[in-house]
Design a protein around this ligand. Structure first.
Ligand code: PHE
Length: 496
């Protein structure tokens, strides 16, 4: 084990007379370990300044693979000599008896040594012996190299030239005690702890150097839900068109702001518990701007500003009922009232937030969803302004073709449903609702009589489902949503 080798090395250093180990190669042999393993330990002890090291270069000749074959079969020149019979042989015949490289090299060498000659006197050249016997000097030299013996320089050079031996080089180390030498490696602390500070032990602690090049773990959190991605695209479009975001951070609202201020009659079916979630605790609100509340009551009961009103007895207790807001238009109403109080200035507002409706849940409906709402408040606005604004807004979403259908909202007149041609789905679809806020809503707030408000609203879920190809809303929102869908959904980019 590495720890044992390390221990043996440190102990040997401690025991040595001059505080050194002369050669790590010898040490590796002595402890019966691979030298490479010892080198790993040496490098790590050197980094910890426990030892210092000096390189020792080694080199020695080793046989090439070609030479390995000649070690047993004999050198090519001897193999060739042995293949020449006493009465000679034609060159062609001789070559056919030996492997190609052996006969080529062997013939050249044997000719140089004058062991054989080429007799051309009688027609076809014949190879004939010039000596009776030969000794295999090359084979003996190769055997000496293989045994680790050194050759005289001339012989070594000749074998090298014939590519029968090559120089092998390697390094070992002379190891000496370093500045922080100890027979036990001190464990370095990886972090400064509060205990070290409290006890003062940090003073004597040795700290592992920080590795500023290490890459760190990629964080695994932080994935945006598709609804949030689409929301940020809508937000960008509104901001690019000069709209300001309204504060929508109140899911709980009073009926007054959610319905009454919007001229929605107290008997309206939407105000039924079947359609709206009412709160049991706290069940009612009781602080309202009283003068405004009185004007709202008056307009519901007997109208004004050219309206006949609803002609019923308006109850404060009904307006006090708390609920989960059913639309973000409740926020728009608060903002327009505020604008009137602060002194009217033209304004463009938007909001994107959650609303709640007590509805039967199915593939496309949940009891809560997000509304996107925009409004423009200025003098002399007309239905033409509303249509142009909607064209601009939806074309920035990538929906260039719009159609409108008359509709009804208690708080807008005229009102229009908005249809857009979806190139994704290849058909016309309802994309939102819109209208001009009624004087019955705006006049009690105190806005100047020539001020109009154009407004529209749509859901965030519908376009998100279309963009992300989700056909069941429960796959988008709620407890059945798969987290991997949230992690892997693509970015959303709508043409601005
Ligand atoms: N509040 C409407 C809804 O809930 C949307 C809307 C907003 C309609 C503004 C007209 C004007 O559908």
């Amino acid at each position: 084990m590495a720890a044992d080798i390390e221990q043996a090395l440190l102990q040997q250093l401690a025991d040595s007379a001059d505080g050194s180990i002369p050669d790590s190669g010898d040490f590796a042999t002595a402890v019966g370990q691979d030298h490479l393993k010892v080198v790993g330990i040496i490098k790590s002890l050197e980094a910890a300044e426990m030892i210092t090291v000096e390189d020792i270069s080694h080199s020695r000749f080793v046989l090439t693979s070609e030479a390995q074959a000649y070690l047993s079969a004999g050198s090519p020149e001897v193999q060739l000599f042995n293949a020449v019979p006493a009465d000679g042989i034609t060159l062609a015949q001789l070559k056919s008896q030996l492997p190609g490289d052996v006969s080529d090299v062997g013939f050249k060498q044997a000719m140089q040594q004058r062991w054989v000659a080429l007799d051309k006197s009688a027609g076809e050249p014949r190879v004939v012996r010039k000596v009776d016997s030969v000794t295999d000097g090359a084979q003996a030299q190769l055997a000496a190299v293989a045994a680790g013996n050194e050759l005289p320089k001339g012989e070594a050079d000749a074998l090298k030239k014939r590519k029968l031996i090559k120089l092998d080089t390697w390094k070992t180390y002379r190891v000496s005690k370093g500045a922080k030498f100890a027979t036990q490696r001190k464990k370095q602390a990886t972090e400064l702890t509060s205990e070290m500070i409290a006890s003062g032990s940090w003073r004597s602690e040795e700290f592992k150097p920080l590795n500023f090049n290490s890459l760190g773990l990629p964080p695994s959190g932080g994935h945006l839900h598709p609804l949030m991605k689409v929301r940020s695209q809508y937000r960008k479009i509104f901001v690019a068109m000069g709209f300001q975001e309204m504060p929508t951070n109140n899911y709980v609202e009073s009926s007054f702001w959610n319905f009454d201020s919007l001229f929605q009659p107290q008997q309206h079916p939407a105000r039924d518990a079947h359609d709206t979630f009412f709160l049991t605790s706290p069940a009612a609100s009781d602080t309202f701007p009283e003068d405004y509340l009185a004007r709202v009551k008056a307009v519901h009961e007997h109208g004004g500003h050219g309206s006949a009103g609803y002609g019923y007895c308006w109850k404060r207790s009904e307006a006090q009922k708390n609920l989960l807001r059913t639309h973000t238009t409740a926020v728009s109403s608060r903002m327009l009232y505020k604008l009137a109080q602060e002194g009217f200035k033209p304004a463009k507002y938007f909001s994107i937030d959650r609303v709640f409706r007590n509805e039967a849940v199915d593939r496309t409906h949940l009891a809560e969803f997000h509304q996107v709402e925009g409004l423009v408040c200025d003098r002399g606005l007309t239905l033409g302004h509303l249509i142009a604004t909607l064209q601009e807004f939806f074309s920035r979403l990538g929906m260039k073709e719009l159609r409108f259908k008359p509709a009804f909202n208690p708080y807008t007149e005229p009102s229009m449903e908005i249809f857009g041609y979806s190139s994704e789905l290849g058909k016309w679809m309802e994309v939102g609702n819109s209208g001009m806020f009624r004087p019955e809503m705006l006049q009690p707030m105190g806005l100047p009589p020539d001020v109009n408000v154009i407004a529209w609203g749509l859901s965030l879920e519908r376009p998100t489902m279309i963009l992300y190809g989700i056909d069941n809303i429960r796959d988008l929102f709620g407890h059945k949503v798969s987290l991997s869908m949230v992690k892997s959904n693509p970015i959303c980019r709508m043409g601005l």
